[in-house]
Write a protein that binds this ligand. Structure first.
Ligand SMILES: CC(C)(COP(=O)(O)OP(=O)(O)OC[C@H]1O[C@@H](n2cnc3c(N)ncnc32)[C@H](O)[C@@H]1OP(=O)(O)O)[C@@H](O)C(=O)NCCC(=O)NCCS
Length: 338
């Protein structure tokens, strides 16, 4: 894992918007988050820092990596994706690089894709990265305070390799989506949608052809920042998280008592607590670190996985469940035997 050194507390946010430490902690559990160096760090550079550690711990070199999968919603460029920037920055061979755009469930989706390539024998060392630099694109005004108090920057990475032991590693992955609520948590602009799916997402007042991707009116109205209907996300998340965890357990013949550690995507501490309650898990069966990092989207699961492992909470043979829910909506789980 890699997180920027700059700690941004809830009190720091009050300098930019009408909010309070009390409100943020009560509704989300977040105390502080990290913000990347404004110009010195990017989503890719943070991902590379995490990747260096993962590659070293796997006992290999960047030259041994034969495929890159990069999950993010805050890429350095609209295109090309961050995967090729990692290939360049880490001086890797001319290997394939795939970018995954599944927001909060991006890391689990990426893991699932990597798992399939390993199972078919196509690749032996896959680098999977989740990284976000939210601080760059968020609207630090009161109008967007329901969003901007939640998100933080950071990166996590893993190296996937094959094993001969059929009872170890990724046992199964489960991926889902429901596009009916695609606009509930989204960054619509700049984009090519032209209000096709929903009226009023972008204001094209006086925009000519060539200016429709990002019109001046759109920018003036702050429509170029992410927007969210928080209560709708909350209600759907607390249904889909337990569902997708149970799907993974059922598929492999396990029950909730067998879980050593559930690592939920760190969306909101209240969501994690609700899920824990629903699944009747003990406190030591669920790992949360959103208090320190906020919601780091595609990075949150590898960040939590890394911290849990560093704190000795994951040991060989443990049953670990990763579960995520977010924008799309998309949701996913992975059951691992460590
Ligand atoms: C975002 C979230 C914390 C908001 O909490 P909530 O209790 O649902 O709050 P609401 O959006 O209904 O707003 C309640 C009030 O708080 C205000 N408010 C919103 N953000 C605020 C902030 N940062 N500080 C202070 N007040 C805030 C609202 O303006 C509203 O005021 P009003 O009642 O005067 O209109 C909550 O909905 C949530 O966590 N949703 C899930 C979000 C999530 O997990 N997203 C990531 C998914 S991967």
């Amino acid at each position: 894992m890699y997180v920027p050194s700059n700690v941004f507390t809830n009190d720091d946010l009050t300098k930019y918007m009408d909010t309070s430490d009390e409100w943020i902690q009560e509704r989300t559990g977040i105390k502080e988050r990290r913000f990347a160096d404004r110009l010195g760090e990017t989503t890719t550079t943070m991902g590379v820092e995490a990747a260096k550690i993962a590659i070293e711990r796997a006992g290999i070199t960047p030259h041994d990596i034969d495929f890159i999968i990069f999950a993010t919603l805050s890429p350095d460029y609209y295109f090309p994706g961050c995967g090729v920037l990692v290939q360049r920055a880490m001086k890797m061979k001319e290997i394939g690089a795939l970018d995954v755009r599944n927001q909060c469930s991006g890391f689990v989706y990426a893991l699932s894709v990597g798992d399939q390539f390993i199972r078919t024998g196509m690749y032996r060392n896959i680098l999977v990265i989740g990284s976000e630099k939210h601080s760059f694109a968020m609207d630090f005004n009161t109008r967007s305070r329901n969003m901007s108090v939640i998100f933080g920057d950071g990166a996590g990475a893993v190296v996937l390799q094959p094993t001969e032991d059929g009872n170890r590693g990724i046992l199964s992955t489960h991926l889902h989506s429901d596009g009916n609520d695609a606009e509930i948590l989204a960054l619509y602009n700049p984009g090519t949608h032209a209000n096709h799916w929903k009226e009023g997402l972008a204001d094209y007042e006086e925009a000519e052809i060539g200016e429709l991707f990002e019109s001046h009116a759109m920018i003036d109205k702050g429509q170029n920042h992410a927007a969210m209907d928080g209560p709708v996300v909350f209600k759907k998340a607390i249904i889909k998280f337990p569902e997708v965890v149970m799907e993974a357990l059922d598929k492999n013949g396990y029950s909730t008592t067998d879980i050593r550690l559930l690592i939920p995507h760190q969306a909101n501490l209240r969501i994690s607590q609700f899920v824990q309650q629903q699944l009747k898990l003990n406190d030591d069966q669920v790992f949360n670190n959103i208090q320190k990092y906020g919601n780091t989207t595609a990075a949150s699961i590898p960040l939590a996985l890394c911290e849990a492992w560093q704190q000795g909470k994951i040991k060989e043979g443990d049953l670990i469940c990763l579960a995520a829910f977010g924008s799309g909506f998309t949701w996913a789980s992975a059951l691992l035997k460590w």
